[in-house]
Ligand binder design. Sequence first.
Ligand code: CP
Length: 326
Amino acid sequence: METSLKGKDYISTQDWSDEQIDLALETASDLKAKFKNDIPHRYLADKTIFLFFFDKSTRTRNSFEAGITQLGGHAHFIEASTSQAAHGESPKDMGIILSSYGHAIAIRHDLVPGEGNAYMREVAKWADKPVINMQCDVDHPCQTLADLMTIREKFGNDLRGKKIAVSWAYAPSYAKPMSVPQGLIMLMTRFGMDVSLAHPPEYALMDEPLRIAKENAAKAGTKFEIVDSMDAAFENADIVYPKSWGIESLFHKPEEALEISKKYKDWICDERLMDLTRKDSLYMHCLPADRGYEVTDSVIDGSHSVVHQEAENRLHTAKALMALTM
Ligand code: CP
C-alpha cells in the first residue's frame, strides 16, 4: 500500500495531524470490513516487523502478530529480557540493526516513568524504518486509536459536545502505567470531545500530556477539566473510561504506592455511577480490568460496555498502522 505515511514513526498521536489520524481510522474501517468478509488484503507480503516487549501483553502482541499475518507479512516477537537489551545494548545499535533486517520496529516500554518514550525516540532517531509505540510511559497511541474508532462507530464522526470521563479507579494488582489516561486526554480533546479527568490528589498525570491536552482543547474549542471525584466526571457523561494508574514518583516503591491506593477503594465503577451518565453512554476500558475493584461485573458485562468491540478494534487499527507506514 503506497501512502503518504510510508516510513513515518507513530510514537504519539500528537506526532500525526488530524488528517493522518482520520486516514488511519478510515483504513482501519476498510480493513475491518475486508477481514469480516474474508476479502484478502495482503498489502505487506514478505515484510517483517519486529515486536520488542519490555512488558507483558495480550491484546497488543496478538493484534500485531495476527494483523501482520493477515497482511501477508511476518512478526518476530522479541522479549527484551532474553535479548541483548538485558545486557545493556544501546537503542541506537538495536535500531540500526533491526531496521536493516526488516520493515518496522514496534516497542512496548511502559513500566518506568521517564524511560520508555525516550528509549523509542532514540531507536527512531537511528532506525531508517518506522517505529511504532506499542505503549510507553507517556502514551499508548495504538490503544487510543482503537478507542476513537470504537467511539466513532457508536456515535459517528462528529463528536462535538460529547463528554468523556477519564477517571482513576482502584486496583490492587500492580501500578499500571499512566499512558492510557494521558493518551486519552491528548487525543479526545482534539476530536471534538469534552474531557473530564478525575483522580485522587496523589494521582496527577505527567505535566507534558496535561499541557498538550489543555492546548488541544483550546485549539479545537473543546473543554478539558480536572475534578476530584468520579461522581463529578460521570455526571451526564456520554463515555466513561475508569481505570487504575500508578503514582508518578512511586513506581520504584510499589508497597508504598499500594498503601496509598487503599485509601481509595471506593473508586469503583458501579451501577450507581453509571446511573449518573447519559442513557446511551459507553463504558470503556483498555483491558485487562481488575474486576471487582476497578469495575463491577454488572457494569463491564452490562449493556453500556463496549470493551470487547474496543479490544477487537485493536486488531484493525494495528493493521492500519502497519499497512500505512511499512
Ligand atoms: N490494552 C492493552 O494494551 O492490552 P495488553 O496489555 O494485553 O496488550
